[in-house]
Design a protein around this ligand. Structure first.
Ligand code: NDP
Length: 315
């Protein structure tokens, strides 16, 4: 049978390019978990995906009710789940004030981390039931949360501190909106959320790899300077960022190439190792990359996991 893969945020950018790359092989049925049904339908058509290769299901990661509803709908479809790709994200670098999810969590960490945390925890049981030979749970990371790299050292740097803001619920009322308890900074909140994504992947690996055989992985697909992720940035940045990445840092990758990379992590028989953060070199060959100290801190991973369980109502 075909493999079934859920991709969150498949209505644009990396998620859409990955959905297209997998659908084209004829070996995958892609479940596109998207908050805007019409946009997703138009996006799938615009890249030429044929109807039998995908299903769109409504998912708003900024609402835990919506996450639970999505899991119900998916389970009711009767499809087995073989691979889950947590890809969706928001990035609010110019926001002066915080905005919030339905449950009142700061929007970047609420969507990118907490929404995906609940989703992947709930879908783990579905993945356990699947008889697919190579099951994988992939959480898209980023270099920007990784302070052992040049890009990760552009201020404001990711830093989860002692997690006091996360423990308090990131609500801006009786707690800070930032994980480390500091003042709101949209660019930092995004980077912090990506550190949480990479920590979550490793904690999944420690807790569940042996028992389930599922491969847990994260990746940095390269700088895809043209995606919607930068839609909230100032116009001058949006004009200069793609050529800067192309000619100065040379880290630029097209959406198509980045989609092929993520598709490799979904289906390539050589990328089955668990607990790994994949990157690609200049020749576009994959390699196991090192994470920053904070993004590979096992004690912090455990704490983020336990606090997140409480926030999303699993503990
Ligand atoms: P896009 O903005 O193009 O795509 C983000 C996707 O997430 C969109 O489909 C968007 O939906 C969806 N999304 C946002 N909020 C929600 C929500 N509440 N519920 C459901 N879906 C939501 O950005 P990219 O393709 O660049 O980003 C994809 C991933 O790649 C992210 O995890 C990002 O961190 C990562 N990444 C990107 C890099 C880059 O250079 N662009 C570099 C490294 C990592 P909608 O279409 O409705 O807006």
């Amino acid at each position: 049978r075909k493999g079934n893969v859920i991709i969150t945020g498949a209505s644009s950018g990396l998620g859409l390019a990955t959905a297209k790359a997998l659908a084209e092989t004829g070996k995958w049925h892609v479940i596109m978990g998207c908050r805007d049904f019409l946009k997703a339908e138009r996006a799938a058509k615009s890249v030429g995906m044929s109807k039998e290769n995908y299903t769109i299901m409504h998912l708003d990661l900024a609402s835990l009710d919506s996450v639970r509803q999505f899991v119900d709908n998916f389970e009711r479809s009767g499809m087995p789940l073989d691979v889950l790709v947590c890809n969706a994200a928001v990035y609010l670098p110019t926001a002066k004030e915080p905005t919030f999810t339905a449950e009142g969590f700061e929007l970047s960490v609420g969507t990118n981390h907490l929404g995906h945390f609940l989703l992947s925890r709930l879908l783990l049981d579905d993945m356990k039931k699947s008889d697919y030979p190579s099951k994988r749970l992939i959480i898209v990371g980023s270099i920007t949360g990784n302070t052992n790299t040049l890009a990760g050292n552009v201020p404001p740097k990711a830093n989860l501190g002692d997690l006091r803001g996360l423990s308090g619920g990131l609500n801006g009322l009786n707690s800070s909106t930032m994980i480390d308890g500091g003042d709101f900074d949209g660019a930092k909140a995004y980077k912090d959320s990506k550190v949480c994504n990479m920590l979550t992947m490793q904690e999944f690996h420690r807790r569940y790899h042996e028992e389930t055989g599922i491969a847990f992985a994260s990746l940095y697909p390269g700088c895809i300077a043209t995606t919607g992720l930068f839609r909230e940035h100032i116009p001058l940045f949006r004009l200069l960022f793609p050529p800067f990445q192309k000619y100065i840092t040379k880290g630029f990758v097209s959406e198509e190439e980045a989609g092929k990379r993520l598709a490799q992590v979904v289906s390539n028989p050589s990328l089955t190792k668990s607990g790994v953060y994949w990157s690609w070199n200049k020749e576009s060959a994959s390699f196991e990359n090192k994470l920053s100290q904070e993004a590979s801190d096992a004690e912090k991973a455990r704490k983020v996991w336990e606090i997140s369980e409480k926030l999303v109502g699993l503990a």
